[in-house]
Design a protein around this ligand. Structure first.
Ligand code: BGC
Length: 380
């Protein structure tokens, strides 16, 4: 009986998926594909628009699996684009600080680009003051992904990428998939999987910069992190190995706190090193399997609220400290200092050199899985 109902619901979803048109005033869930330009070698780049029944729209390009725009309603029901990004593929190809992109094979930093696995020493591409950052010079944010719409009641896009043995110095061929599902509750779920044919390391994330007001800086946003410890770093932003309690520090976001309240408190050397917040928070352990709450971000004027849930053990909160107005974004406007913030769910930075950190090793026969949900609501 229930399986019959499920089959009918699935069929309705598939029919709607292929045939529904968005009539003004009555958004229909669906997914549309359009051209977004060409890679320098001529390969076609696509842009997919996912829309849910409430009217939320997420645009994703196959270049870097990048979220280029994402609309969310405020407390009056007015939609605004809450993700930083660019208008054209040319702008992305020109280079951005990872706006909206999939990050891999290893998100965040690996000290000096070196690690040893099964007694074999590997050297990765270094691209950040002598360290390896976000997969190297041409990480997963700069490659072309293959895309297919996933039939179902909710619009979903599955991206795949085959990373070659030796790419950016990583061992093993890695087959990665990222599935974006736009749920009816105004949540975007991101499911990652990967398999490899040699022992390797993997730590995938998404690098969307959020600005819940849709403009201005993010200093008035309030943040709560479900984390009672964070990872102090050295001056090159590599973790020292310590898991420091946040209590009594400017890193305490265990209750909702305006981001601007303590971000310039340079009496803490960690703020000096990060030029603000650019650190990894260790999520408070929970007995619950699967998704657990990581963060709640809210913006008082618009009333927009973003909840982040994840299966990952940590989240990098980066307050846009390297945005300096030199990157032009949508509408040809420069993105200035702290106009967006990232909440990158992940394993700890430099884990391949820290046996005491949760492991990021993936072996042949194993499947890497990771899921994160970004859910929007409003507070009146
Ligand atoms: C890192 C920053 C880095 C930024 C680049 C963030 O994930 O934590 O240190 O500068 O990415 O956009």
């Amino acid at each position: 009986m229930y399986s019959k109902i499920f089959q009918l619901a699935l069929l309705a979803g598939v029919i709607c998926f292929f045939s529904c048109k968005n009539t003004p005033g009555t958004p229909q869930p669906g997914i549309e594909k359009s051209a977004f330009g060409q890679m320098p070698d001529g390969r076609a780049v696509e842009l997919y628009t996912l829309r849910n029944a409430q009217g939320m729209e997420v645009k994703i390009t196959t270049y870097g699996g990048t979220i280029t725009s994402w609309t969310a309603p405020d407390k009056a029901g007015t939609y605004a684009d809450i993700a930083l990004g660019c208008d054209s593929l040319a702008d992305y190809l020109h280079g951005t600080p990872y706006f909206g992109a999939i990050i891999g094979r290893y998100g965040n930093r690996i000290a000096k680009g070196k690690f040893t696995l099964d007694s074999v020493a590997y050297t990765l591409a270094t691209n950040n003051i002598g360290n390896h950052l976000h997969g190297g010079i041409a990480g997963f944010d700069k490659v072309l992904w293959s895309a297919e719409a996933v039939p179902g009641a909710e619009p979903a896009l599955r991206l795949t990428y085959q990373s070659k043995d030796g790419e950016e110095g990583y061992p093993g061929n890695l087959s990665a998939t990222v599935t974006y599902t736009l749920q009816k509750d105004n949540a975007l779920k991101i499911d990652y999987t990967a398999t490899a044919d040699k022992p390797t390391i993997v730590n995938l994330t998404n690098h969307t910069y959020f600005n819940l007001a849709g403009n201005g800086d993010i200093l008035g946003h309030e943040l709560l992190l479900h984390a009672d410890r964070f990872l102090p770093v050295d001056s090159t932003l590599i973790p020292t190995g310590e898991l420091r309690p946040v209590s009594g520090t400017v890193f305490d976001f265990t209750s909702a706190t305006p981001i601007g309240a303590r971000i310039n408190d340079t009496s803490d050397v960690q703020i000096r090193y990060g030029l603000g917040y650019d650190h990894c928070w260790v999520l408070t352990a929970s007995d619950a399997d699967g998704l657990r709450p990581a963060a709640v971000l809210s913006e008082p004027q618009s009333g927009r609220v973003l909840e982040v849930l994840t299966t990952e053990p940590a989240v990098q909160f980066y307050s846009g400290n390297f945005l300096d107005g030199t990157v032009t974004g949508k509408g040809d406007l420069p993105y200035r200092y702290r106009t967006g913030l990232c909440l990158e769910t992940q394993h700890y930075p430099d884990a391949p050199n820290r046996p005491e950190f949760p492991s990021t090793v993936l072996r042949p026969g194993e499947m890497y899985t990771s899921s994160t949900v970004y859910r929007f609501s409003v507070k009146r």
